[in-house]
Ligand binder design. Structure first.
Ligand SMILES: C[S@@+](CC[C@H](N)C(=O)[O-])C[C@H]1O[C@@H](n2cnc3c(N)ncnc32)[C@H](O)[C@@H]1O
Length: 262
């Protein structure tokens, strides 16, 4: 790749000796997240991988009594509504915590002015698999509070359930920082709290739209298990294959997790 192809908002970091250095979370301008391009590439229709994640998570959420959880959190929510819809079966309130201003504005618009029609089939599938969900998409989103903030600042033990979709491995290039994100994710629920997550499998740093570049830290089921096993019980890690209907981000599929905080 030539220097001319290196694009913002994540620029290559080059040391004085000319080596390309690892990008960390604080190096990235998350306010520049390309919301429209990301939605167009990933969430304008229910892709097979979305359906697989929703089926996996719904089996977990069906075990939780409707409204039994006081407050849940979605880590690094981005503009993705289906994790928020899923959590609305069991959670009276859901904090959608997100660092990027564009994503926060999108989420607030979805809740205050009404959701894009493209999310209706997502709600339909979630409700088909878990009839405890509110009957309407707007009803599910009425449980959500949008929080513009850094997930690393969340206080320990605050939540009854935490969910995270494509964040820890998509927020840094550094394996140690990936593990730190996962540890903080577990820490934000009370002991015995529920954990639900999906990770891109083996995804390197990648592009969205014509001209933006974002960090990726390749992980697989073994890496995820190694990080979560000491912190959890009832850990279940599985995977699905890459989805040919999605852009090629260099991944080999997705890693799916459910667990209970130790
Ligand atoms: C790959 S995107 C995933 C978005 C969404 N969860 C989804 O399922 O499509 C990563 C998200 O993490 C957010 N993020 C990165 N670092 C963060 C941090 N320290 N605190 C809060 N959000 C963060 C980004 O702004 C971005 O929305």
């Amino acid at each position: 790749m030539s220097r001319a192809e290196r694009t913002t908002p994540m620029t290559w970091r080059v040391s004085k000796s000319g080596e390309i250095t690892t990008t960390h979370n604080d190096d990235v301008d998350w306010d520049s997240w390309p919301v429209a391009d990301y939605l167009a590439e990933n969430y304008r229709e229910v892709h097979p991988s979305d359906a697989a994640v929703i089926a996996h998570h719904s089996a977990f959420y069906r075990r939780l009594a409707p409204g039994s959880l006081g407050r849940s959190v979605e880590w690094g929510a981005g503009p993705n509504l289906y994790p928020l819809i899923l959590a609305a079966s069991a959670s009276r309130r859901i904090d959608a915590v997100e660092a990027g201003a564009g994503n926060v504005a999108y989420l607030e618009r979805q809740i205050l002015r009404g959701p894009d029609a493209s999310w209706v089939p997502f709600h339909g599938l979630c409700r088909e698999l878990n009839p405890a969900l509110p009957a309407t998409l707007a009803g599910a989103l009425a449980h959500v509070d949008v929080v513009h903030g850094d997930v690393r600042d969340l206080p320990p033990g605050r939540y009854d359930l935490a969910s995270m979709h494509f964040v820890a491995e998509g927020a840094t290039e550094d394996r140690a920082e990936f593990a730190d994100f996962c540890r903080l994710f577990v820490r934000c629920v009370a002991p015995g709290g529920y954990l639900v997550a999906a990770f891109m499998e083996n995804m390197p740093t990648y592009r969205i739209g014509p001209a933006s570049r974002w960090p990726g830290c390749p992980v697989d089921p073994d890496v995820v298990t190694e990080v979560f096993a000491p912190l959890t019980r009832e850990l279940a890690v599985t995977r699905i294959d890459a989805d040919p209907t999605l852009p090629d981000y260099g991944d080999s599929g997705m890693v799916l997790l459910t667990a209970v905080s130790a």
